[in-house]
Design a protein around this ligand. Structure first.
Ligand code: EPZ
Length: 418
């Protein structure tokens, strides 16, 4: 079994370079199959297990996939519309983007319910509602979805919740539909803009991405293109939080500062020293942290994906902080482990109340999901003594070269086989 062993208390300085965004890459790779002619080249793709699995699915479908470090070249010419094996589909959440992409390309898809972090129920009803509005019928057999359309046509689709996945999946299915599709109450996350730009580079006609109304005028053909993944705002935010705890002029490089403004404004409110440049920030830990109240929201609000590492920061605050999770029902799985390390956090419904400051002590903890793992790495870096984190596959799904990146700035962290 592989574990991470971290000895806390080291000051971190130097530069951490942020990789391409996981949550963009995992949609761009399936979207590539929509190209009717020419290769698709996507660069700045993080080398993490989630992107590996999606490349495996593409290869399984018959695409020629060539990966050279952070670039991936996909020739979709020889793709066949085969059913993706359940085992592959369940290895990650983003396998569901093959639903929209295969439906958009072939008018038919058979797929299993996706996997991903256990942080709530995570239904896909809004994706299915979108497909139905575009003219598809849906049959559900056990865990398998058979989605079929004689012809996809444009439609007006209102999303009850501004879902990232549903917005992207509907864009993928609608991009070649006949007529115009309008998604109302669309998600506004930067990843949506990145996917829409990619599809437009392929010849699609999408406007309004990044606002709550996305308009897609269907086109008959799409071609390959060259595209760059945006920097990962959640990786950037995670390392910024770490810097706020143990950073000494720690530079977080290759970021889009506007994408993490909800975090940086909270950090400033807490008394963290930040210098924000055009594509970087420099963070210093303060001697005292003011307590905060934070609520997760859809973009541009505070991202749920940073809630778990942010909770660790609250254990350092002078007094009572509250953290409210509004996006998922079950995203507090890191808290029992933080309490085991010495934190004093009480959970009531969707609110965690953190009483600080409390020193943390190293012990054995388990990464129950990706961002819980990020929170435990963060906690281990400030804890007294050694922390052993198990179930680290979750962490490696989403953070490229995390051990190397932290070691390079002075952390004592090792991946060990026990
Ligand atoms: C994406 O998940 C990300 N995953 C998540 O990142 C991220 O937390 C989330 O967006 C919100 O920003 C990927 O991009 C692969 P949603 P997604 O649809 O698309 C409910 C991480 O740590 N909902 O916006 O699944 C749903 O249950 C991960 O990197 C429905 O009810 O998120 C959830 O409560 C975890 N019905 C809420 O909406 C639906 O049909 C937000 O989900 C769809 C969603």
């Amino acid at each position: 079994m592989k574990v991470l062993q971290i000895t806390g208390g080291k000051e971190l300085s130097g530069t951490i370079r942020i990789s391409g965004a996981k949550n963009s890459s995992v949609a761009l790779i399936p979207a590539a199959i929509l190209a009717d002619v020419d290769d698709v080249t996507i660069c700045n793709v993080p080398e993490i297990t989630d992107t590996d699995v999606l490349s495996d699915i593409l290869t399984y479908l018959g695409a020629d996939v060539r990966r050279a470090s952070e670039s991936i070249v996909i020739s979709p010419g020889s793709i066949q519309n085969r059913e993706i094996p359940e085992e592959l589909a369940k290895r990650l959440r983003a396998s569901y983007y093959f639903m929209g992409a295969l439906l958009g390309k072939y008018g038919h898809v058979e797929m299993y319910f996706p996997g991903g972090c256990s942080i709530g129920q995570r239904p896909i009803n809004l994706h299915l509602k979108g497909f139905e509005s575009l003219g598809a019928t849906i049959e559900i057999i056990g865990d398998k979805y058979i989605v079929d359309a004689k012809e996809l046509h444009g439609a007006n689709i209102y999303l009850d919740f501004a879902s990232v996945g549903a917005t992207i999946n509907i864009m993928l299915a609608a991009v070649k539909a006949k007529g115009t599709t309008v998604i109302d109450n669309a998600a506004k996350e930067p990843e949506i803009v990145n996917i829409a730009t990619f599809l437009n580079n392929m010849g699609a006609k999408i406007t309004g991405a990044g606002t709550s109304e996305v308009k897609i005028v269907g086109v008959s053909q799409l071609k390959g293109c060259f595209h760059e993944v945006i920097p990962d705002r959640i990786e950037a935010g995670t390392y910024t939080i770490i810097g706020a705890l143990v950073g000494h002029y720690l530079k977080i490089d290759n970021i889009i500062p506007e994408h993490i403004e909800a975090l940086t404004s909270k950090l400033l409110e807490m008394g963290v020293e930040l210098e924000i440049g055009s594509d970087y920030l420099i963070v210093n830990r303060p001697s005292k942290y003011r307590p905060v109240n934070m609520t997760t929201l859809v973009f541009p609000g505070f991202p749920t994906d940073l809630q778990q590492p942010f909770t660790v920061l609250a254990t350092r605050c002078d007094g009572k902080s509250t953290i409210e999770e509004t996006i998922y029902e079950n995203r507090f799985m890191h808290i029992p482990y933080l309490n085991k390390m010495g934190a004093k956090i009480e959970v009531s419904g969707s609110v965690a109340t953190v009483y600080g400051p409390t020193p943390l002590t190293g012990t054995e903890v388990e990464a129950t999901d990706l961002r819980a793992g990020a929170a435990l790495v963060t906690a281990a870096l400030i804890a007294d003594g050694k922390t052993t984190i198990t179930n680290i596959n979750h962490i490696l799904r989403g953070y490229e070269n995390i051990v190397e990146k932290l070691t390079d700035v002075g952390a004592k962290i090792e991946e060990v086989e026990i």
